[in-house]
Design a protein. Sequence first.
Lengths: 321, 214
Amino acid sequence: MIHPIPSGTRDVLPDEMRELRAIESAVRATFERLDYGEISTPALEYEDTLARADVGDAKPTYRLFDEQGAVLVLRSDMTVPIARVVGTRYPTAPLPLRFYYLAHAYRGVRPQRGQPREFLQAGIELVGSPSPEGTIEALNVLCAALEAVGLEGYRVGLGDASLFPTLLDELGVAGESRGRILHELYSQDFAGLEREVARLDIDADAAGLLVRVPQVRGESAVLDDFAGGVADAALASVRAVLEGVDAKARRRVIVDLGLARALGYYTGAVFEVYDPALGVPLGGGGRYDDLLGRFGRGLPAVGFALNVERLHIALMGEEPR
Amino acid sequence: VSLTFAVPRGALLAETLDLLEGLGVATAEVRDNDRKLLFADDGGGGLITMRPSDVPTYVEAGAADLGITGKDVLMEQSERSVIELVDLRYGRCRMVLASAAGEDRAAEALRRLGVMRVATKYPRIAAGYFERTGRQAEIVEVKGSVELAPLTGMVEAIVDLTATGSTLAHNGLVEREQIAVCTARLIANPVAHKLKATEVDAVLARLRAAEGVA
């Protein structure tokens, strides 16, 4: 007898479970060693509560009603619930706060290889530690966790969510054309970006910059072309992070100025984990300095989440065959 | 080059192979071989050939680093996470709304019935277009010759790709509205775009130098 389960969900049987648990143990031991404390929150939250945060494309898609008619949703990430916990349970606690989690999140994505609708995340939130120190610590923890898991070929792309909007401000691009340009950037359509930039009434150097900047990626030397004069603050924070991370992370972090993440709450540094063994990112994170304020305690914060199942696929993909 | 290219068979193939030749990729074997699908080179890269609508699938999954396909395919599969790098300018076609010559049956259906029936191989492009233009349409997805659908009275109009308009004219159909202009695009897998940045940028530089493309 075949009894179906909802699209995008799956059962995990012992062979796979053992391997997933091994990954979880390595990640958990790393987080504990680095002084992070595990946190658990309910899978169900009030929709109104989570809606305080702008999660962009990662909105919760599973909804139900409780017996009072309140709308409940399955959380789409752990960052927003943890922001709620900080506002509610840690109104005056000394800083910084260090949390980690190993928990499922739920999104209405199209099911494909390694991208189910219920997925297991391993991540941290570092609350009350500003840029660049907090970002540096988060990247060090990220790389320590990935090394502990035994992933070999990974790199971490580092960009800044404020970079391109700042650039548009400096060049005086506003209104509808600004929205169209940002849309092309967020949908990673560089041909469309070129087309929209060509329609702007700005000089050729400025137009060239708008087209070139999102495609700047690679080892830290690629930043040498930007000696000064454009988006200085955002570029300075990228440089400060690159120079601040420990030796282990330095071998892994690459610059990626075109990085645009689906979550809408990022305000500064953003990063994403790539491995040649998998065609999609394994996870990522960034700074969200405005998010905590929406839950009553305005604090700078940074975090990341790794998709444990994708990590598993990449580890298997790295095995020699 | 240590990059794997997803190459579309069909109308875009000849110009795509010329383009790759210009990039220093060996294409003679593909030209001589109709059946073979996978052409590896010595440097760990190569070419894989497939129908154009499969190109985003292989590139998104990372089975190919770069791919060439039509904008029509990318519009229809807009949820794919691939990076669109360059408008290659060739393979120019237009996505149009067409109906039988004479009085526009589709306009009449919309006026008198409030809805028109439209056959297409591009249900998402069609649905999006009618939504944007505020009209009710019942989308009928077909896999083969779309021109047949209005001739049999199953639908009043079609949304389809046309290069010269001759197939439309041959079946007694006329273009009523243009929805989009579609050309070939170079796309990249997001991870390969970061981890093989040097190789990808070398391809882009040669493209821009050779073709003078945007």
